[in-house]
Design a protein around this ligand. Structure first.
Ligand code: CP
Ligand code: NVA
Length: 310
């Protein structure tokens, strides 16, 4: 029996555990097919995807463009200067216009409400390519990477160290709950996850400002201390976060000789992560970045190509 289809991919909280597992399996299948055969079937022939960006990007832009191309479709980039979501034109108007031209919309925005509005007012699938609230495409690729490199998910413990209140932490917490992973958020006071998020998630979650929270972790995860749009707070954040740097000492403190290291990138090397850890034997940073492509191809094949989740 197939799993109920998704209409959009806005946040992991609105995806069931079986849908999330279905996306992971489809990503793996598409990745394996490309490795084995050198190409994927043209599932999205004749389909097009608009990539609406309010913020810069390397991974999200390129992996969506290449993902569409590898599935036989077409994607095009719209720069922050062009659309002016919520300034030049309202999100509901943008959604209704784009829906007459394209078969899907991927958007990277400041205000998460714009993602919700695009989905509500448009008539094509919408994918959240990062908002101030969440980064669900990243979390799908993160979980795929852990699955591939550890061989299992349920029962693992991920320790997220740094800004526990940001978009990447939020989606990781939500994703952990879908696959039965425990998550420990090790973050200074004032930068811990929202109480409502902690209460809502299915994940076994611990929130602490104590670095002992990493002891026994299977995966250590960090992200920048200052996210896009928070630049005015950089100085203040640089005073608070240094004890939470992902360095060799913290790695040893996990007391797990096989611990894996993840970072969504881009990294501010020398701040939240040291070079020796980012480039060391425990690091999965680049396989993780590459998995953005495979995870998103699953989303595209399902949302725009009608490929069922199984
Ligand atoms: N991790 C991530 O989303 O990278 P970009 O900002 O380069 O897209
Ligand atoms: N938290 C970071 C993630 C970048 C991919 C930001 O929002 O800037």
């Amino acid at each position: 029996m197939s799993i109920p289809a998704l209409a959009h991919y806005l946040d992991i909280e609105s995806v069931t555990a079986e849908q999330f597992w279905g996306l992971l399996r489809l990503a793996k299948e598409l990745k394996d097919a490309r490795t084995r055969l050198g190409q994927n079937a043209p599932i999205l022939a004749g389909k097009s995807l608009a990539l609406v960006f309010q913020k810069p990007s390397l991974r999200t832009r390129v992996s969506f463009e290449m993902g569409m191309q590898q599935l036989g479709g077409y994607a095009f980039y719209i720069s922050p200067q062009e659309v002016g979501l919520g300034t030049r034109e309202s999100a509901p108007d943008v959604a209704r216009v784009l829906s007459g031209y394209v078969d899907g919309i991927m958007a990277r925005v400041f205000n998460h409400q714009h993602i919700i509005d695009l989905a509500e007012w448009g008539s094509v699938p919408v994918i959240n390519g990062l908002s101030d609230f969440s980064h669900p495409c990243q979390a799908l690729a993160d979980i795929l990477t852990i699955w591939e490199h550890v061989g299992t998910l349920t029962g693992l413990t991920v320790a997220y160290v740094g800004d526990g209140s940001n978009n990447v932490a939020t989606s990781l917490i939500q994703a952990a709950g879908k696959v039965g992973m425990s998550i420990r958020v090790v973050a200074p006071q004032g930068y811990q996850p929202d109480r409502a998020l902690v209460d809502q998630t299915d994940a076994d979650i611990t929130v602490t400002d104590d670095l002992d929270g990493v002891v026994g972790a299977d995966v250590l995860y960090t992200d920048v201390w200052t996210s896009m749009g928070q630049e005015a707070e950089t100085e203040e954040r640089l005073k608070v976060f240094p004890p939470y740097q992902l360095n060799q000492q913290l790695l040893v403190h996990t007391r797990n000789p096989d611990v894996k290291v993840l970072h969504c990138l881009p990294a501010h090397r020398g701040e939240e992560i040291t070079d020796d850890v980012a480039d060391g034997a425990h690091s999965l940073l680049f396989p993780q970045a590459h998995n953005r492509l495979h995870a998103q191809k699953a989303l595209l094949a399902h949302l725009m190509g009608g490929v069922p989740l199984q």
